[in-house]
Structures are given as C-alpha cells and as structure tokens.
Design a protein around this ligand. Sequence first.
Ligand SMILES: Cc1cc2nc3c(=O)[nH]c(=O)nc-3n(C[C@H](O)[C@H](O)[C@H](O)COP(=O)(O)O)c2cc1C
Ligand code: SF4
Ligand code: SF4
Length: 356
Amino acid sequence: MVSRNLLHSGVRLMRRRVRDLVLHSAQGPHPFVIDNKRRDGSRVAFYERVKRSARYNGVVVKALIAYYTGTGGTGMVARELGRQLEGLRWQIRVERIKSEATMMVDGYDPIILLFPLHAENAPQGVYDWIDGLPLGEDRRVIVICTSGMGEMPGNRGGRWHAIRRLEGKGYDLWYEDSVLMPANYLASAPASVNRRLLAMMPRQVARIVAGLKTGRRRRVRPGLIDRLVSAAGESFKKGEAAFGKGLSASAVCAGCGWCAGNCPAANITMEGGRPRFGDACQFCLGCLYGCPEKAISSNNPKGLLAGGYDLQALLPRADGDGAAGDGDGERPSDDRPQPPKGLLWSGLRRYLRSFE
Ligand SMILES: Cc1cc2nc3c(=O)[nH]c(=O)nc-3n(C[C@H](O)[C@H](O)[C@H](O)COP(=O)(O)O)c2cc1C
Ligand code: SF4
Ligand code: SF4
C-alpha cells in the first residue's frame, strides 16, 4: 500500500516536472510554448499538450517551407527564414512551388507557405498547390506573403483567400505576416529604397521568427475594403493566359532554356532551340526580367518596369560598397533614403518607419 502511494506521488511529481519543463520553458533555448486551446475554444488534453509542446519546443520540429516565386524575391525570404529557424534547431526543408513538381508534405508540421502578392492575392500556382495538398487534419500552417507595397488597403486582404482555402482543407492557421520587398510590377521605389529593403530583409524575417517564438497565434482580420479590393483583384487572373500568349523571344535568344526551367507554371517549352509560350502563364514576370539575353518581351508592356528588375544587382556587395543600382542613375549611399510620397507608398513608408 505504502509503495503504491509512493509510486503514485512519484508519477505525479514527474508529470508536474515534465509539464513545467515543457510548457513553461519560454526562457529556455526552444521557447515554443503552445497554447492549450483549440480553434473552437475547447481545451487540448494534457498529454496532447505535452506532445505538441515537445514538438514545438525544438525536440522534433520538422517544418516545410514551400514558396512560390517569379522574380526571386520570395525565394530569398524563404531561404533566410529557413536559415533563422535552423538557428532554433528546427529541421527545415525549403522547396519551390512549381506546377509540374510534386511536393512531399507528410511528416512536416508546421507547413510554412510563402508567396508574392499578385493583384492583392496569391498567384494561381499557390491555389493549385493548396488544392493538391492532403487533408490538413488540424496541421498548423504559417502564411507569409511578400509584396511591393506592404500592408496597405487591399494588400491586407492578400493572404485571405489562400488562408480560407487552407482552412477549407482542415489546416490550422497559426501565424500570418508579410515581408516588404522591392516591387516588380506597376511602380518601383527609388533604387536606394529598394536597396534598403533588401538590406533589412533579414531583420524583417527576424521579426517574424520572434513572433513565432512567442507561440501566440497571429491572424490579421482584413477589413471590408481589404476584402472587396482583394476579391476584385482575383479577376486579374483572367488576363494571365492572354499575357502569356503575348510573350515572345527575339533573335538574340541564345536557346539556353533558362526561361523554360525557371517558369513556375511550366508554361514555356523549348522547341527547335527556341522558347514557346503556352496558355498557362501566371504573370510572374520571371522570364521577362530574368532572361540572361534580355530576349523576352511582351505585346502588353503596361505595368512592366522600364529599367527591368534585378534583385542581385541591388544586394550589398562583399566589398561593402552598394550595388550599381537598377538603372535610375542613383549612386550608392549610406544616407537613409527618402521613401516615395503618395498613397501608393503609404505601406512602404509605415514599414520603413517601423524599423527605425
Ligand atoms: C502581376 C503582379 C501583381 C502584383 N500585385 C501586387 C499587389 O497587389 N500589391 C503589392 O504590394 N505588390 C504586388 N506585386 C509586387 C510583388 O508582390 C513583389 O514585388 C514581390 O516581392 C515579388 O516576388 P517574387 O520576386 O518572389 O516574384 C505584384 C507583382 C506582379 C508580378
Ligand atoms: S532564357 Fe532567354 S536566351 Fe535563354 S532560351 Fe529563354 S529567351 Fe532564350
Ligand atoms: S511564362 Fe514567364 S511570366 Fe508567365 S508564368 Fe512563366 S515565367 Fe512567369
């Protein structure tokens, strides 16, 4: 009898120790404390909590970072996020979303989805990817978008449709956020501002990682205007096929095949050493800006940046000097660049201020 009581109190003590160790380790090396409530408000059972916390406290966090990119910016953010999460001893796999590729998602929790905003929404390739996912069964997802203009009206609703699709498949939104990158469509900020955005991208990512470390959920509820603008933006997708059909390669094409290999929509095939554009274009602009020979042009150049778009040229160089610029004639400078004026850039101004 005495030994049974002793055994019971020993087990109770151990249970408390494990709970304290795992659930209250916010100051420890893996401070991922998981809330103990489900989405419907019901409480998660003790053992389930320990199991979840063990996973998120760095014991076995295996996260998949799935990213969509056209011109490379979101890929940069995805790799930086992976690097910083690996610093927390998460096991990370980073993979690009491409139409023809299948992606193994089993065994990964959370799944971290990154995409650029296209007309206040996720690109079609992201929707197709979500539709192809297995059922979520409450698996956690983190949704991060990149954008050229930040969290301004309309853009704030930019993750909404993708999140609703994910939730429709049974995924549990844990965290959402955005990273501001140089805009590749419609209008570009001055090169000095774009350089600054790129230079501070790791800090933007660090802010997200710090948010994840709190273990608290982050959900941005878009307002009515945001939802209306975002819903209207979905009609942009109707013009994408026509845009793709209007792409062509000039005589300077070297037949290298880079455009075909890089297209996220598998919309370019090489025929007789020349690219052929199909009708599945997703308007990512990757081929147009990225062709090494600058051979690709569009019969509808409205909105394309006249000076092109080259993120590599904006990155700080190893010798400490700034990059050569992106064609607006600016000299690299250490001075704090002046953000552009006007409503279009209000999100960018607010964002830059928040990092000062
Ligand atoms: C077709 C198209 C539509 C875009 N629409 C928006 C938009 O609605 N809001 C915004 O802030 N940026 C918009 N952008 C800018 C991109 O979201 C931004 O430059 C992003 O960082 C590009 O990512 P990537 O380099 O990974 O393709 C758009 C870009 C394209 C190509
Ligand atoms: S990337 Fe440019 S040069 Fe290479 S095949 Fe495509 S169009 Fe031609
Ligand atoms: S054809 Fe060009 S613009 Fe269209 S999805 Fe492919 S890479 Fe992007």
